[in-house]
Design a protein around this ligand. Structure first.
Ligand code: AHR
Length: 520
């Protein structure tokens, strides 16, 4: 019997004492976990915590940008409240300007004096007027302001390679070329760093309805011309599959795998799995709660199987799998701005589960962007006029911040299933990682909406002196934060964990996310 299994076996006595004030009256189920802090895995790239900001609904205008003359408090035109909220999350990377919108975006229309910029129609998202007030300078300045790296999506669908090449030169050149001088004339002397460039977006769909073979050829052509100055390398991303389109991955990796730094994967969680009737953001019962997690847990299989195909062509894992669009997608309420949706406790658990999956695959999944940052889909913050509220998803990102750059530790969970109707799911979902100071962070999700679960954890390779943590839960599965009641779903100190010989025990409230810190 291994040391940590012995530790698990000896933990029964400690369990009786493991409850805490946060634990409800229902009898707790029992689960065990094993953490191998003595067998460290890959580093969790901070870019797994990237976000996506598209010109769509209130994603940019009103959400990030209000303009310098707005009555809404702002920093050079960016909403102060949103900037401060995002800074607190340590957002590593922001993807812009789309999405589908990237494939109709012409960067020249968004530079120069704002008053002279052309209004365009945003054909991707409802034919709304795009004022181009938020362009390259505004985005790059915003990324710098919140301390994030920049991920630019080039227009492959309706643009030209020359347009992309010029854009890169405009942003990154320190020379005295006409484009660099134009940037200077527009107010930016120092070149920016562009960390990632995507060559197209969803080229199998809104980006051009292409066949994989055709896209792979275009990618080879376009990526040849991405030649930024040597001191400012730009990593190149190729359009990858939608969900389980493994054939797309196969073709693009085979044909162009040696010419890219990342291949994207897009997968959205729809409670019903049906694009025609996705489900409501707030009006849902337990059946839809369970169905949502069933859909979101598919991410594990998608990442595993796409990675296996990538392994064939890239055994050294030089190419990252970048899940650069993921999150929940519900039916938009009538009259609401495009893709605007509320965010409930359910979204918090969805975020936590996906982040756990990305941690487990950190060797290949090295960048992701949740869709999206503000006011769109599974947003971090929602705004309306001068009001702003932090969503439950925001709070998960805050709780998980210590995982950025930490070393993933192998973890095995043995938990009773959570059953709802025809749906059977693992009751507990988890990940663990050790930060540079040696602190072990353990994220635990209890999917059961009614029953707490007591977890007995054996930790090999770490003698902890102290355990503390935070918990995110709420009175109901569909609890939300609103402008009027912004504190319904927010983290609280967790007192349900105890150190035990060889590990710890923790009683997770029903429908909760708990993040523990074990200090050696
Ligand atoms: O995130 C919303 C949209 O979803 C993006 O524009 C597109 O790439 C995807 O289909």
């Amino acid at each position: 019997m291994t040391v940590w299994r012995k530790a698990l076996a000896g933990m029964g006595a400690a369990l009786a004492m493991a409850g805490g004030a946060a634990v409800a009256a229902e009898p707790a189920a029992r689960a065990t976990i094993e953490i191998r802090a003595d067998a460290p895995g890959p580093v969790i790239d901070p870019e797994i915590y990237g976000q996506f900001a598209e010109h769509l609904g209130g994603g940019i205008y009103g959400g990030v940008w209000v303009g310098e003359d707005s009555k809404i408090p702002n920093i050079r035109g960016y909403r102060r409240d949103v900037v401060e909220a995002l800074k607190a999350l340590h957002v590593p990377l922001v993807r812009w300007p789309g999405g589908c919108y990237a494939e109709e975006y012409h960067w020249r229309e968004g530079i120069g004096p704002r008053a002279a910029r052309k209004v365009r129609v945003n054909n991707s998202w409802g034919g709304t007027e795009e004022s181009n007030q938020f362009g390259t300078h505004e985005f790059m300045d915003f990324a710098e302001l919140i301390g994030a790296k920049a991920y630019i999506n080039a227009n492959l669908g309706a643009g030209t390679p020359q347009e992309m090449v010029d854009w890169i030169e405009y942003m990154t050149s320190s020379s005295r070329s006409a484009l660099a001088q134009e940037r200077r004339a527009n107010g930016r002397d120092k070149p920016w760093s562009v960390d990632w460039i995507a060559i197209g977006n969803e080229s199998w769909g809104c980006g051009g309805t292409m066949r994989s073979e055709y896209y792979a050829d275009l990618y080879r052509q376009w990526s040849t011309f991405v030649r930024p100055p040597g001191d400012r390398p730009v990593r190149k991303l190729a359009v990858g599959p939608s969900g389980d389109d493994y054939a797309w991955t196969e073709t693009v990796m085979k044909s162009a795998g040696k010419m890219m730094d990342a291949l994207s994967l897009h997968y959205y969680t729809l409670p019903t799995g049906d694009w025609a009737k996705k489900g409501d953001a707030v009006a849902f019962g337990e059946a839809e709660w369970a169905a949502t997690f069933k859909q979101t847990l598919k991410m594990e299989e998608l990442v595993t199987r796409h990675s296996a195909i990538m392994d064939k062509y890239d055994p050294d894992k030089k190419v990252a799998l970048a899940v650069d669009e993921w999150g929940t997608w519900y039916d938009t309420a009538p009259g609401a701005p495009a893709l605007n949706q509320q965010n409930s406790l359910r979204d918090a658990l969805v975020a936590a589960i996906n982040l756990n999956i990305f941690h487990a695959h950190a060797d290949r999944v090295r960048m992701t962007n949740i869709a999206q940052m503000v006011n769109v889909l599974q947003a971090m913050v929602l705004t309306d006029g001068d009001k702003m509220v932090l969503t439950p998803t925001y709070h998960v990102y805050a709780l998980y911040r210590p995982f950025q750059g930490a070393t993933a530790e192998p973890i095995k969970v043995t938990a009773p299933d959570y059953r709802q109707g025809e749906v059977t799911l693992p009751g507990v979902h988890a990940s663990a990682a050790r930060d540079k100071a040696g602190v072990l962070h353990v994220a635990l999700v209890n999917l059961d909406p009614k029953q707490p679960v007591t977890v007995s954890a054996a930790v090999a390779g770490l003698a902890a002196r102290k355990v503390s943590g935070q918990v995110l839960t709420a009175p109901a599965i569909n609890s939300i934060n609103t402008f009027q009641t912004p504190h319904v779903v927010e983290p609280k100190a967790f007192d349900g964990a105890r150190l035990a010989s060889g590990g710890f025990t923790a009683t997770l409230p029903s429908r909760s996310v708990v993040v523990l810190d074990l200090v050696p």
